[in-house]
Design a protein around this ligand. Structure first.
Ligand SMILES: Nc1ncnc2c1ncn2[C@@H]1O[C@H](COP(=O)(O)OP(=O)(O)OP(=O)(O)O)[C@@H](O)[C@H]1O
Ligand SMILES: [Mg+2]
Length: 236
């Protein structure tokens, strides 16, 4: 079953066509990777799903119901949470405050569950979020989304700017989160790592999907290899 179905989605802002005829399905408990160069519309697609941008055409169905037109907070309440590009944590607040903000009364069980995934954050609960390293800030950003117990997690370039060891930690974490039952849509420039953990993937160019298929198919496609995998077909 698909938890999220995007059908013929288009987005125009002013005179600019940003997305055209985007269709993709996120299977329940699946990982779906969105690949593409800078400026092709990946973040805009995430923003359409989370209700920040309002598509000009098409549908986004969540558990069978069209959510286009709903407000961001309604989409959050339905269980679709975004860990946005650039992290966007509250740097003048503590780690604990960032994790518990806007979530109503503190849910200790949720906090314990999230901190179980991020031992580094557990050691730094009182620390100002702005003083965390880039990798820790990314953990906080994902942890904050997980505190709301989403069904669908939207990750926009979680590995951006991280050292290789942390990139590995983040991708391992995404797999672990999926194993806990979440469905994940992930935008990544690190195509190799994304295709390794994803079930399906799409490549976007100029606001359109130019390739779509199983992650295995895309990883062994020479066009993907040339453009996104450094010219080498990934080994399986
Ligand atoms: N609010 C907006 N107003 C005008 N243009 C926008 C707006 N949001 C996005 N765009 C344009 O849409 C295009 C796609 O932007 P988007 O941020 O979705 O790309 P991206 O694939 O996420 O790129 P990157 O890899 O650099 O993050 C860009 O040309 C961008 O300038
Ligand atoms: Mg982006």
């Amino acid at each position: 079953m698909n938890v999220l179905e995007i059908a013929n989605l288009s987005l125009r802002i002013g005179v600019q066509d940003i997305l055209h005829d985007i269709s993709l399905d996120l299977p329940e408990k699946g990982i779906y990777a969105i690949l593409g160069a800078n400026g092709v519309g990946k973040t805009s697609l995430m923003r359409c799903i989370s209700g920040i941008y309002h598509p000009t055409g098409g549908e986004i169905r969540y558990e069978g119901k069209n959510i286009v037109g709903l407000k961001s907070h309604q989409i959050v309440d339905l269980g679709i949470l975004q860990a946005p590009e650039g992290r966007q944590i509250f740097s003048n607040m503590s780690v604990l405050e960032n994790l518990t903000i806007g979530g109503g009364p503190l849910k200790t069980a949720e906090l314990d569950r999230v901190l179980g995934l991020f031992p580094k954050l557990k050691e730094r609960l009182k620390q100002g979020a702005g003083s965390l390293s880039g990798g820790e800030q990314q953990m906080l950003c994902i942890g904050r989304a997980l505190m709301r117990r989403p069904k669908v997690l939207l990750l926009d370039e979680p590995s951006l700017g991280l050292a290789p060891m942390l990139v590995r930690f983040i991708f391992d974490l995404v797999e672990e989160i999926r194993a806990q039952g979440y469905s994940i849509l992930i935008v990544e420039q690190n195509a190799k790592a994304a295709l390794r953990i994803a079930d399906r993937a799409a490549v976007i160019e100029g606001g359109k999907i130019v390739m779509e298929g199983s992650a295995k198919e895309l990883a062994s496609d020479s066009r993907v290899a040339d453009a996104y995998l450094g010219g080498h077909v990934a080994a399986h």
